[in-house]
Design a protein around this ligand. Structure first.
Ligand code: COA
Length: 135
């Protein structure tokens, strides 16, 4: 949960999808350092959460986890995979595009109801950018 909360500070939102999600984890020297959670809806998969322990970031672990989730989704029959991130999540927008996702739509005001306002890169996180990759 500590890792999952790095990606989404809303524990209630995590609890709502985690029971139905497929998780892959990354370990280094037996220690859990990364996690990706994917759900399925008909022929579309959704990357619901990805997080890498701060001390292990920048080593390609997230990219590896995303490619694992994508290949698992394809093997499971999904035709595409989507992911949502905040308008303020600049590194994540870079990461997903480097992993083959393209922007699909913006859900305006998606994060405005979160209990605590979120700021990243000096920008208030209010809107959800949805990106999608064909499998
Ligand atoms: N501009 C351009 N590229 C950037 C970038 C930026 N600002 N920030 C990151 N990247 C690129 C890196 O250069 C790298 O690509 P490259 O291999 O082509 O150089 C890639 O994004 C990052 O890859 P990786 O090392 O696999 O990422 P990571 O293991 O450090 O994990 C997160 C990335 C986002 C999962 C990690 O920072 C994290 O857990 N953050 C907190 C949780 C979170 O925000 N999750 C996503 C919620 S939407």
């Amino acid at each position: 949960m500590a890792l999952l909360l790095l990606a989404d500070p809303n524990e209630e939102a995590i609890a709502a999808y985690i029971g139905d999600a497929t998780l892959f984890a990354a370990y280094e020297s037996g220690r859990l350092v990364g996690v990706v959670a994917t759900t399925f809806n008909a022929d579309q998969a959704e990357l619901k959460n990805i997080a890498v322990d701060e001390s292990h970031q920048g080593k390609g672990i997230a990219k590896e986890l995303i490619f694992k989730a994508k290949s698992y989704a394809k093997e499971s029959g999904a035709l595409s995979i989507k992911v949502g991130t905040g308008n303020s999540s600049l590194s994540q927008l870079a990461l997903y595009q480097k992993c083959g996702f393209r922007m699909q739509c913006i859900e305006v005001g998606y994060f405005s109801g979160y209990p605590e306002p979120i700021f990243e890169n000096g920008i208030r996180c209010l809107d959800r950018v949805v990106l999608c990759a064909e499998l």
